[in-house]
Every structure is written in C-alpha cells, then in structure tokens.
Design a protein around this ligand. Sequence first.
Ligand SMILES: Cc1ncc(COP(=O)(O)O)c(C=O)c1O
Length: 361
Amino acid sequence: MTERIHNFSAGPAVLPVPVLEEAQRDMLSLPGVGMSVMEISHRSKTFDEIFIRAETGLRQLLDIPDNYHVLFLQGGASLQFSMIPMNFLPAEGSADYLITGSWGKKALKEARRAGATNVAANMADGGFTRVPGNDELKLDPSAAYAHITTNETIEGVEWKQEPNVGDVPLIADASSDILSHPIPVGKYALIYAGAQKNMGPSGVTLVIMRDDLLQRIPEGLHTMLNYRTHVENKSLYNTPNTWGIYIISLVCKWLIEKGGLIAMHRENEKKAQLIYDAIDSTGFYRGHADHDSRSIMNVTFRLPSEELEKKFTAEATAQGLDGLKGHRSVGGIRASIYNAFPLAGVTALVEFMKDFENKNG
Ligand SMILES: Cc1ncc(COP(=O)(O)O)c(C=O)c1O
C-alpha cells in the first residue's frame, strides 16, 4: 500500500506530508553533505545548523523570551514526571498538582516518590470531564511549584487559559497541545512536551525552562537527571536524538510557512468544531468533555453501547479512518486531530459518523 490513510492516532501521530517528503528526499544524502542526518556527528557543523534551526524555529513560533532555555532531552514526557520534583521539590517543601486526567495522575505518582505534594484539584469525579475553575483550587501559596497538564490526551480535556496560581511557579506538561495554539510562555516557569504528537517523532522531549529555576536545583543529583547539565551543555552532554531534532526543524519550517500558531489555532478550532458539531447534533453520540474544557486536539466521545463502539472503529478502519479507538483505560472513541491532520480527514470522519448513525441509530 502506498496510499496514505487518515491517521487519528494519539501519538506517535500524523506528520506533515511536506516534512516527510523533504526527509525522504534527503534521506540518503543531505544536500552538500553526502551522508544522511542519522550518520553525522552531533558535534558537526551540519548538525549544529540543524539544531539551531529547530531551536530558533520553536523560539519564533512560541515567542519564547530570552531568559528561557530550550532543551531537547530524552526519556519522554514520562521522565519529566520524575526530573521536575527531583530538581525543584526541596526536602522541606511541597508541590501543588492539579489533576485533570490520567497523565496528571502519573506525574503526581512520581512526584510523591520525591517529596510532599498537595492535590490542589482532582477532577476524577465524573471521569475527568473538565478543568476546575480558579474558585475550586486548594492552592498552597508556599508551594515549590504548581503542575498542570494543559491537554489530557486520554480524556480530551484542555485548559483554555492558565489557572491563577499567584506567584507560585507554574509547570506544564504540554505534550499533546504544544504548537497547536500560541502559549503565553512568560506565565510558565517550565513547559515540557514529548515530540511525538505535534512536533516530530518519538524520542525527543522539549523542555522550555526559565533561567532562574537553575538556582533551585539541589546538589548531588545524577548528571543526566540534572537540568543544569543539559543547560550547560546545550542539550549535547550525551548524544541527542539527532533524527528527531532534524524532523522538529522541518516541522517548525512547515508551521512558519503556514502562518504560525495563530493561523494553526484557527485551523485546529475549525477542525475540532466540525466533529463536536456532529456529536452535538444528535443523541446517538455523547461527548466526553464538558463544552468549556473540550480539547481541540483529542476529541473523545461515546456511542450508546460498547458493541457499537467496536463496530464503529472496525468499520472506520476498513474505510481508511485509522486509530479511532479510545485509550484502553477509558474506552469509547478518540479522534486525535493534531496540526498535521488534514481537514479532508475530519470531513471524512463526520460523513462516516452520519452514515453510521443512519444505519445503527
Ligand atoms: C499529556 C501527556 N503526557 C505525558 C505523556 C507520556 O509521554 P511519553 O510517552 O513521551 O513519556 C503523554 C503520552 O501520550 C501525554 O499525552
């Protein structure tokens, strides 16, 4: 099969076709280099240029202030769950966690191994259907930091604006909505994200970190688990994921050519709205998240029965609409529609939903 299908996978996920084509063209030999990007030293001038393109592309797209470091690490967003408390949760301190879904729960679990935590909000009741209002937060004003998950990939619940945590440093796992809309980076102390949804392939983790956080890192941490190591060595203490950083540089170029994150956000809202409208126009489909918290990246919904959900995903797959099965922990249907997911795929899904309801409703 050489035809591309519509890939609704939550991650690793669809990448822009022009990015894949450029990578394919240059696979055997980068222009003027005679080797592929996977065969050159991470300390070579060629890779240095690629690295700079990835970093400056991200800085431009996200308007990252100069007092923030941009790091390309490994270990996935999951390793950040541990590195953050190891670096920033002092022995005598406590960290606030705002839990709006499954990934926030995992982050909290690792933080608890490192020190004291306070659950400032837990939206588990009702199965994580919304983010809390500021008046619902039980914040600790002396917390070392407050942690949120900007978009809960499994439940499809997204913060539309930052919670008000006062002067407490705000740390965000933005794995599944990074680059989908502009972010006021200055409101955060640290933002991290695995690359494999909206930025590139798996194996690279982006960390955007305000410089003053370096002062908080305790002595004695293992070298690779210490953010200072990666800042001082500009992400090249050890061999980075050169291929992943190369693809990120191409994705940034593609995004800039498309008009940046304001344009991308508009497109993402339009795509998500088409599916939410299809859900809301009938009693057959039932959206998981409350309207105000609906994700524009992961649209989650249920059908009247699990049997129908199984039938739905099987028939959709047969029609080239792949990856619609909800996460194994919650079931249902999940349509992940990241930046690179085409509008044509969304309209194909909406048509399929109408047709499926007509036959089974
Ligand atoms: C919001 C969020 N956080 C963390 C993770 C874990 O990322 P990784 O597999 O890169 O460790 C994921 C993965 O899907 C995610 O969606």
